[in-house]
Design a protein around this ligand. Structure first.
Ligand code: NDP
Length: 340
């Protein structure tokens, strides 16, 4: 059973060498005889997500997920086939998505997060993104927190990623004007040509983010979908319109810093009567049916574009995870380890 083992707690930027890929031939791939409620999984697709950086730290104040345990496999969202089950809800052969381990086969004792995959005409990997955590995050953050109206001006940072690409397209479907930022020319082209953003820019090439935002939003921003934090947030605050909304989804620019950057422009929250709200996807799992109702027809009719960045095999998983923090991924980062 090949595994990606978490070596030790990380300080600063994570590195490939913080994980090691090993094979343990002695592992017995069978369910314990006298304990019910467990499943044996063959893992198919694994999801690389920025929140996993928090789990690489010993203790993150206020964190909602426990740290990884040094010496044990990384765990995270994935899609798998049930090889054997003593759980009444799951049968041999079922496809499931939820929390699994970064290994070929996993014995899962806590099946709470696992749900059966019902729609098998769609790529199974989509359950790590558009039909999974990233999808509900984009859906909840945009529709519930940003409360979009037709004609609103919307800005999305990390816009080509798993969440951002969906938010941008949801905003277009709602009749908004949408601008995205991303870190390479290739991503900027993707935003404009494939995801239908009205405008996009490479934040790394802008001397002054405030000036860049004024260029695209001469009359200000109604909705900011925040994925990066730091300097970008500071610049956005100066450009919000009265009664603007900011959904604080993530702050990836801060995750690897020992001291988070300060924000200077919070006064605009008052001056512009801005509603700024942080949220966690874990509070919005009830929205899965609504997400599916909305996006399944869009996927089937080709009316939404969903870009994945897939690496093959567990050997490439550590680099894929670490790559999120330097923007290596173009679209949703997935690790494919088996097809069926
Ligand atoms: P992405 O697919 O967008 O991958 C991360 C991207 O972030 C990179 O490709 C890179 O793109 C960008 N990035 C990395 N470092 C920086 C930096 N220093 N400054 C600016 N951009 C950077 O990830 P997701 O779509 O999965 O996640 C997006 C955000 O949403 C993250 O902040 C994540 O933590 C958050 N999130 C929050 C959830 C919640 O429940 N609140 C749930 C899911 C995600 P680029 O090339 O453009 O720099």
């Amino acid at each position: 059973n090949k595994q990606v083992i978490f070596k030790d707690y990380v300080n600063g930027y994570p590195k490939e060498s913080d994980m090691v890929v090993t094979s343990d031939a002695t592992v017995r791939l069978e369910l314990p005889k006298n304990e019910d409620g467990q499943v044996l999984l063959k893992n198919l697709y694994l999801s690389c997500d920025p929140y996993m950086r928090g789990r690489m730290s010993k203790r993150l104040e206020g964190s909602y997920t426990p740290p990884f345990t040094p010496g044990l496999p990384i765990s995270g969202y994935g899609v798998a086939r049930v090889l054997d089950s003593t759980h009444p809800k799951f049968n041999k052969g079922d496809l499931v998505s939820g929390i699994t381990n970064w290994e070929e086969y996993s014995l899962i004792m806590n099946t709470e997060s696992l749900i059966k995959v019902q729609q098998t005409d769609i790529s199974l990997s989509y359950y790590t993104g558009i039909l999974g955590m990233a999808g509900v995050t984009a859906y909840a953050g945009f529709y519930e927190i940003c409360a979009p109206k037709k004609g609103d001006t919307v800005f999305v940072s990390a816009a080509s990623g798993a969440v951002g690409q969906l938010v941008g397209q949801f905003a277009k479907l709602s009749g908004c004007y949408v601008v995205g930022s991303a870190g390479t020319k290739e991503k900027v082209d993707l935003l404009k040509n494939d995801f239908g953003f009205d405008e996009a820019f490479n934040y790394k090439e802008e001397q002054d983010l405030n000036i860049a935002l004024k260029r695209y939003f001469p009359d200000g921003i109604d909705i900011y979908f925040e994925n990066v934090g730091g300097k970008m947030l500071d610049a956005v605050l100066c450009n919000m319109r009265v009664h603007g909304r900011i959904a604080v989804c993530g702050m990836i620019s801060q995750y690897n810093l020992n001291r988070p950057e300060g924000i200077n422009n919070l006064m605009f929250l008052i001056l512009k009567r801005i509603k700024m709200e942080g949220f966690l996807v874990v509070d919005y799992h009830h929205l899965y049916p609504k997400l599916f109702e909305m996006v399944l027809p869009l996927i089937r009719e080709g009316k939404i574009t969903y870009v994945e960045d897939t690496v093959e095999g567990l050997d490439n998983a550590p680099a894929a995870l670490v790559g999120l923090f330097s923007g290596k991924n173009v679209g949703k980062q997935v690790v494919a380890i088996a097809r069926e």
